[in-house]
Design a protein around this ligand. Structure first.
Ligand code: SF4
Length: 364
């Protein structure tokens, strides 16, 4: 089975207060990062000789790379093969998606743009998320993608302090009525290490919605998008016309993928590992012909079963019922409308999707 190739572009023009990814604003490190990528690709090529069938440039903000940096990036990846015509995604910030830049991405084989619009309501976009782009730039990005006819995914965030289900439905409607064929909708979270996490802990930021409101917002997501022809295929991901993200499906289906760049994760079917979350450390190790890894884990049979259950319960396709021991708990979950049994597969219902992680704990 061909694997997916992920490249982590850790650079951003600023740090969003809720961001928990490895991202930095030291753009002067871009040349060092490209050098590291070339070394990492050359080091991994003999171990991953089969061509990849998805490519995902994620971040960070891959869209801030200049044309010449992008040329250098693709050159760095050249020891690794990617099957021609494979799904190739670039993550982009709305302010970067100009017709010229988007055309340049397409000329390099990119055929899917994933734009972090986050919201079409200025209150959430600026007051809650402190994003650096405008609502107008969201529309400019969408128009640029539509003009090129390229597959477009929009990322949205819900669960802002004081947000009502009606307000969230209105945001979803704007995304669903656009050119996009894929929408990812994530609840706002605030890890303790983030700026938002610290502001919430000190009382400087208004409280995020409680359990009841969060559940309402979650349920509205599926309903509003279904009305516009978007089908949920994963807890937070929706597609119309079958435009699922094949690269991300590899993560949930436990298919192999190689991650390059600082903090990138990889999986070869048996082992998981993650690169160091530091451009300098990651690049220095590669300079010595080594890799700086944050962890390596060889999965046991028991861990593999747990992963299958946890990940399967996030997907509309569900998981084989053979993975779960028959039990009263399982019967209760089916009878109470959290799961359905279809053709020997256990599938989450909308209520089940909302509690997917808790269900996995109960059933594992
Ligand atoms: S643009 Fe994305 S990756 Fe960069 S800081 Fe904001 S949320 Fe994080």
């Amino acid at each position: 089975m061909p694997a997916g190739l992920y490249v982590h572009v850790p650079f951003c023009s600023g740090k969003c207060p809720y961001c928990d990814f490895y991202s930095i604003t030291a753009l002067d490190l871009i040349p060092l990062w490209i050098e590291g990528l070339a070394r990492e690709a050359a080091l991994m090529a003999p171990l991953w000789p089969e061509p990849f069938d998805t490519l995902y440039l994620g971040g960070g903000s891959p869209s801030l790379l200049s044309d010449s940096e992008l040329t250098a990036l693709f050159e760095a990846l050249s020891p690794l093969g990617v099957i021609k015509g494979s799904e190739a995604t670039i993550e982009a910030n709305p302010e970067d998606v100009t017709p010229e830049k988007a055309a340049s991405w397409l000329s390099r084989g990119v055929n899917r743009i994933s734009v972090g619009v986050q919201s079409f309501d200025v209150r959430w976009l600026h007051d809650s998320l402190n994003r650096r782009h405008t609502v107008e730039e969201n529309y400019q990005a969408i128009n640029a993608a539509a003009e090129l006819g390229v597959s477009l995914s929009l990322d949205l965030i819900f669960g802002h302090a004081g947000q009502t289900p009606e307000e969230w439905a209105a945001d979803l409607d704007k995304a669903a009525n656009s050119w996009a064929d894929h929408i990812s909708a994530y609840g706002l979270t605030a890890a303790p290490s983030t700026l938002l996490g610290r502001a919430l802990a000190s009382g400087a930021a208004p409280k995020l919605p409680g359990e009841e409101r969060s559940s309402e917002l979650f349920m509205v997501t599926g309903e509003a998008l279904a009305m516009r022809g978007f089908e949920r295929y994963e807890v937070s991901n929706f597609a119309r016309g079958g435009s699922v993200c094949r690269h991300n499906l590899k993560y949930w289906r436990r298919e192999p993928y190689l991650g390059l760049g600082p903090s990138a994760h990889s999986f070869d079917g048996r082992r998981r590992w993650a690169n160091a979350s530091s451009v300098r450390r990651w690049a220095a190790a590669l300079n010595r012909g080594e890799r700086s890894l944050e962890f390596v884990e060889e999965l046991t049979e028991q861990q593999i079963r747990l992963e299958r259950i946890m990940l399967g319960l996030r997907l509309e396709e569900g998981l084989s019922v053979d993975l779960i021991e028959p039990s009263e708990k399982l019967t209760d979950l089916v009878e109470n409308g959290f799961l359905t049994l279809v053709d020997s597969r256990l599938k989450p219902t909308p209520k089940g999707f909302m509690t997917a992680d808790a269900l996995a704990k109960l059933l594992a």
